[in-house]
Design a protein around this ligand. Structure first.
Ligand code: S3P
Length: 421
């Protein structure tokens, strides 16, 4: 007999940011149900409010009064994107099309993150943007007539794609994005854009000046948060986890496929679709994992945020793990390659570090110790789950989980109790 656990999974972070931004640039009232009310989307909401966007809570629904593409006013201060790369990069696309200049920055971690990836295409469209050595703060001088461009993504990044697509709403004509490998497509879905496969590439077009009307957004649970409890169930003898209303967008499911490939019992039942996003129930059970995990560039894109937990799980159960083609991990909320390597080594794992990844062999040899999360929510949560089996880890900054998953530790306690009745 298994014990069924149903941890509460918060709303999808990527879709929450997009619902807030799209609601704010639409005409009329939008409502958002299931918004992730965590630090990152709060940063987006704070920036939008600083430009006059009216948003108020009515019960569990956020009401956003949109005033169209250029309904904002100039903020009186620098916009603060906090820890959120999605906030600064997506909003830059919108700011490039306003009638007033803005400065946008964020916390210490965000001020280390590369911004030329969005500055280059937005400048090509006609905006003037200055960055501090390629990093925030960004000073954005918009152009009254942005040009449409055709832009082939030099790095696979949904944030870059989305910045250009949003700027494309303000440009004359049709802006096109070309992707060799498809990144998460939430912006396309929320804006109702279609993507065509042309000569093996994915081409998405957006028409400048399209007026959008207020709508109801329903945000599904975040697969990137759900996966921590899928992993917790896989590690907990006798546990079964049922996670309802989770976003199961195919561009985000590679982590689940990889876990299945090493024997994880995970079942997904598709149930509904809201604003173009598929939603379903995920059921996972304690499983004895075997085999090895080898991730290459094409895997990484579909599970970029899941790599820390998949690696932590592999180390906890003692299966060999390798990820290559993942240099992007170095420029996330922390350098996630170095954060994983240093912490795993401190726990006794013999890890090889590469410029674009890391690897370790099979075998269990874990000891307790201090985990330095580097203020990175996904590093803290990955080792938190790992501690279900080690039980002797101390996470230096547990509160950093509030970036994407307030309440994470409380939900995890249910699993700890099954390990330590
Ligand atoms: C996101 C895209 C990804 C992801 C991030 C959220 C988004 O970043 O890591 O957590 O909402 O578009 P990149 O676009 O930099 O890969």
């Amino acid at each position: 007999m298994s014990t069924v656990l149903t941890p509460r999974i918060p709303g999808d972070k990527s879709i929450s940011h997009r619902a807030l931004i799209v609601g704010a640039i639409s005409e009329g009232l939008s409502t958002v149900e299931g918004l992730l009310f965590a630090e990152d989307p709060k940063s987006t909401l704070g920036c939008l409010r600083a430009m006059g966007c009216e948003a108020e809570w009515k019960g569990s629904l956020l009401h956003i009064q949109g005033h169209g593409l250029r309904g904002f006013h100039q903020p009186t201060q620098m916009l603060d994107a906090g820890n959120s790369g999605t906030t600064i990069r997506l909003l830059s696309g919108v700011l490039a099309g306003q009638r007033f200049p803005t400065v946008i920055s964020g916390d210490e971690s965000l001020r280390q993150r590369p911004m030329m990836r969005i500055v280059r295409p937005l400048v090509e469209m006609g905006a003037s943007i200055s960055a501090s050595d390629g990093r925030p703060p960004l000073t954005i001088q918009p152009s009254p007539d942005l040009r449409s461009i055709t832009y082939e993504l030099p790095i696979p990044s949904a944030q870059v794609k989305s910045a250009v697509l949003l700027a494309g709403l303000y440009a004359e004509g049709t802006t096109r994005i070309i992707e060799i490998i498809r990144t998460r497509d939430h912006t396309e879905r929320i804006l109702g854009l279609s993507t065509k496969l042309i000569d093996g590439t994915h081409v998405t077009a957006i028409q400048g000046g399209t007026i959008r009307h207020g709508q109801r957004f329903v945000i599904p649970g975040d697969i990137s948060s759900a996966v921590f409890f899928v992993a917790a169930a896989l590690l907990t003898p006798g546990a079964e986890v049922i996670l309802r209303n989770i976003g199961i967008n195919p561009t985000r499911m590679r982590g689940i496929d990889i876990l299945r490939s090493v024997g994880a019992a995970i079942d997904i039942q598709p149930e509904a679709e809201h604003a173009g996003e598929p939603i379903g129930t995920i059921v996972a059970q304690y499983s004895s994992l075997a085999g090895e995990i080898r991730l290459g560039r094409s895997d990484v894109i579909g599970m970029i945020d899941e790599i820390p937990i998949v690696a932590a799980l592999a180390a906890a159960v003692g299966i060999s793990f390798e990820v290559r083609g993942a240099a992007e991990l170095r420029v996330k909320e922390s350098d996630r390659i170095s954060a994983m390597v240093d912490n795993l080594r401190a726990l006794g794992v013999d890890v090889e570090e590469y410029d674009d990844g890391f690897a370790f062999g099979a075998g269990k040899r874990l000891q307790g110790g201090l985990v330095r999360s580097r203020g990175d929510h996904r590093i803290a949560m990955a080792f938190g789950v790992m501690d279900l089996t080690i039980k002797r880890l101390e996470i230096d900054d547990p509160n950093c989980v509030d970036i994407s998953f307030p309440g994470f530790w409380k939900e995890l306690e249910q699993f700890s109790r099954l390990h330590d009745p």
